[in-house]
Design a protein around this ligand. Structure first.
Ligand code: HEC
Length: 434
């Protein structure tokens, strides 16, 4: 497959192998489609979207302006550079740290199992950091444009600069992110150095991926009981041993034996953070995809009636109808759980869509907390209203669509009540009492 060379930028000079790697990525297996055509890249640089030509309004763009205006100073740390300061000003909890050792991303030459990459996130921002590498990688969600990608040089300056980069789209703007600029998460076995063994890859990971297929190439701390996953396995011998001993490296709580713990900000690569990250990243991609699809349809036909397969698939994802059930409880870092749950609004009974279950499924109430995200509210009005109206039908039981039959009556009722109290500006049908 031919890949055009991306425009030269300062960091491209340091990462010459990029086009080859991107080609490799495109050639390897991707999972079954979420809906027909979901992996086809959309023409998001054409009207009406104009992704690259639009000026983004995301939390990092806003921070960049404040730094330039001298209103905020980004603190510098002699060991981690701008990473800790950036997490603090962007309010990204350190407890969200997950650690990946596969050479699957931009700064692959720096990444090894002994020098892994850390990823941090909050609801709208994702940051990647590799020890000793020249730059931080950042993606931030613009509610209308999807993920916007930036680099920040790890070089102490009076006013550090975020550079918006188009090169990231080679991996973050195509078939692995629902055809739109978005997030990518893979489960790829590696050799002992972190080099990919893509024939055993299990495509994009999200809350539907069986646990047993998840997290190859990642470190995972936490307990899963007798369930298995592919985290913490480095090289084919580890994978072979895992087949003989299903529990091998399944319940790891300490990464000391793998790499120098001083290389990361906190200790661990929390399993619950990974589960939330992978649900959230996929949902963000969906929101961008629905936004772009709806805007294109409205521009072309003036309606969104052809988008039923997309909205159905989105609602199934939103309501976790295809989530992989947990057979045993998951135990992760109490800090992450506490900080993640504390961030959300609660109803009068103290319930929140961010409450974690972790016994049979991720969340207590199976409706994604991203329904409260600005990216949901930025959907074109006909799309947003059509989703919320159908959701109301599903939750009240007036809509008997078999796709949603699995959702328990008590869950429907709880979600209905929580949303009524925590989601502003619901369409009128929501106000009418049954
Ligand atoms: C060669 C493909 C590739 C390129 C190019 C690439 N990435 Fe990624 N990126 C990945 C993969 C794969 C992941 C998933 C984690 C992993 O495997 O390290 C990822 C993860 C991330 C994440 C964590 C959130 C997420 O989407 O999963 C951020 C942030 C990120 N990349 C930023 C960037 C930025 C900024 C650029 C451009 C400067 C970039 N990436 C270029 C492959 C790439």
């Amino acid at each position: 497959m031919e890949i055009c060379d991306p425009p030269e930028t300062n960091f491209m000079n340091r990462t010459r192998r990029l086009p080859l790697l991107a080609a490799l990525l495109l050639a390897t297996q991707v999972r079954a489609e979420d809906f027909q055509g979901s992996t086809h890249p959309l023409e998001y640089d054409a009207a009406p979207i104009r992704y690259s030509a639009s000026v983004p309004d995301d939390p990092v763009a806003r921070l960049a302006k404040r730094i330039q205006a001298g209103e905020v100073k980004l603190s510098w740390d002699d060991k981690f550079g701008y990473l800790p300061g950036l997490l603090d000003v962007l309010q990204i909890p350190r407890s969200s740290q997950t650690v990946v050792f596969s050479k699957s991303s931009l700064q692959r030459s720096f990444i090894t199992p002994k020098n892994p990459r850390s990823v941090y996130f909050n609801d709208d921002i994702y940051i990647g950091s590799v020890p000793g590498s020249p730059l931080l990688e950042i993606s931030a969600v613009d509610p209308k444009l999807g993920a916007i990608f930036y680099t920040l040089d790890q070089e102490k300056l009076r006013k550090p600069k975020f550079i918006r980069s188009a090169d990231c789209l080679q991996c973050h703007g195509g078939q692995r992110s629902l055809g739109v600029p978005g997030h990518v998460l893979r489960s790829v076995p590696t050799d002992a150095e972190g080099e990919l063994e893509t024939r055993d890859e299990v495509g994009d990971i999200d809350h539907c991926t069986p646990l047993a297929d998840r997290w190859a190439g990642w470190f995972v701390t936490g307990k899963v009981g007798a369930q298995t996953h592919r985290g913490n396995l480095i090289g084919s011998e580890d994978f072979a041993r895992r087949l003989r001993e299903p529990d091998f490296r399944g319940n790891v709580t300490d990464l000391k034996g793998f790499f120098d713990p001083a290389k990361t900000l906190i200790v661990g690569s929390d399993i619950v953070a990974l589960m939330v990250l992978q649900h959230q990243a996929h949902m963000h991609n969906y929101l961008t995809r629905l936004n772009f699809d709806a805007r294109q349809m409205l521009a072309m036909y003036g309606h969104i009636r052809y988008l039923k397969p997309q909205t159905d698939a989105f609602l199934r994802c939103l309501l976790f109808t295809e989530e992989t059930p947990l057979r045993e409880p998951i135990e992760g870092s109490p800090e992450f759980m506490r900080e993640f749950s504390a961030a959300g609004p609660r109803d009068r009974l103290g319930r929140s869509l961010r409450d974690l279950d972790l016994r049979t499924r991720i969340f207590k109430y199976p409706c994604s907390f991203l329904i409260l995200n600005p990216a949901f509210d930025a959907l074109p009005a006909p799309m947003r209203d059509s989703i919320l109206t159908r959701l109301h039908g599903i939750l009240t039981g007036m809509d008997q669509d078999p796709q949603f039959a699995k959702i328990a009556a008590a869950d429907r009722q709880a979600i209905l009540e929580i949303l009524r109290e925590t989601k502003p500006s619901l369409p009128d049908v929501w106000r009418v009492q049954k």
